[in-house]
Design a binder for this molecule. Structure first.
Ligand code: ZN
Length: 187
C-alpha cells in the first residue's frame, strides 16, 4: 500500500471558532436535506447506498475475494467529472456503511479530490480537517439525532442495541453520542 500522494499540511490547519461552527452547522444541514429527500424516517437502518445514489453518486464494489490487492477501504473519485465511490467488499459490513457515508461527505462538503480512504484517513484522530468533517458527516448521516432520541424515549438505552438498530459499529454510536453531548464544539 502506498501513501496517499497529498501533502499532509494542506488541510491540517484548524479553522477559527466561528468558521468551524459554521462548517458544523453546514454538515448537519446537508445530512438533513439528503435524508429528507431519500429516507423514510419510519425506517431504520438508513440505506447509505440509496442516499449516495440519490445524491447522484455511483457506488462501486471493489476489493474483497475477487480483488484482494485493492489497497483502500474505499475511495471517492471523479470520472469524467462524475462522482464515484468505491467501497472495499473486504471491509466488515458495518464499517462499510461508515466508509461510504464518509466518502459521500467528502463529495457533498465540496472537498474535491481527496486521498483514498485508509486506516489513517478514517481514524478519529486524523489531524486533517476534511477527514474530521467527513467523519462527522458520516456519523450524523447514519445516526440522525431525532431517531436516536426517539429510540431512547422508547426505552432503548443500550449502546449495543442502538448500534444494531442503526447498523453501525458500537464505537461509532458512542462517538455520535459524545458529539451530540458536546453540541457544536467538535470541529
Ligand atoms: Zn476521507
Amino acid at each position: 500500500m502506498s501513501a496517499a500522494p497529498f501533502p499532509k499540511s494542506r488541510f491540517s490547519d484548524a479553522l477559527p471558532p466561528e468558521e468551524a461552527a459554521a462548517r458544523h452547522r453546514l454538515i448537519g444541514t446537508i445530512a438533513d436535506e439528503l435524508r429528507k429527500a431519500h429516507w423514510n424516517p419510519a425506517t431504520l437502518p438508513i440505506n447509505a447506498q440509496r442516499l449516495a445514489e440519490g445524491a447522484g453518486v455511483e457506488v462501486r464494489d471493489r476489493g474483497g475475494a475477487q480483488e484482494p490487492l485493492y489497497p483502500y477501504r474505499g475511495r471517492l473519485l471523479y470520472l469524467d467529472d462524475r462522482p464515484v465511490i468505491e467501497i472495499n467488499l473486504g471491509e466488515e459490513a458495518l464499517r462499510r456503511r461508515i466508509v461510504l457515508a464518509h466518502a459521500l461527505g467528502h463529495h457533498l462538503l465540496g472537498h474535491g479530490p481527496v486521498p483514498p480512504e485508509t486506516l489513517t484517513t478514517l481514524s478519529t484522530c486524523c489531524p486533517q480537517r476534511i477527514e474530521q468533517e467527513a467523519h462527522h458527516f458520516a456519523l450524523d448521516l447514519l445516526m440522525p439525532e431525532v431517531a436516536i432520541y426517539r429510540l431512547m424515549d422508547h426505552g432503548m438505552l443500550s449502546a449495543r442495541k442502538l448500534a444494531q438498530k442503526f447498523q453501525v459499529p458500537e464505537a461509532s454510536l458512542h462517538e455520535r453520542m459524545q458529539a451530540l453531548d458536546r453540541g457544536s464544539g467538535y470541529l
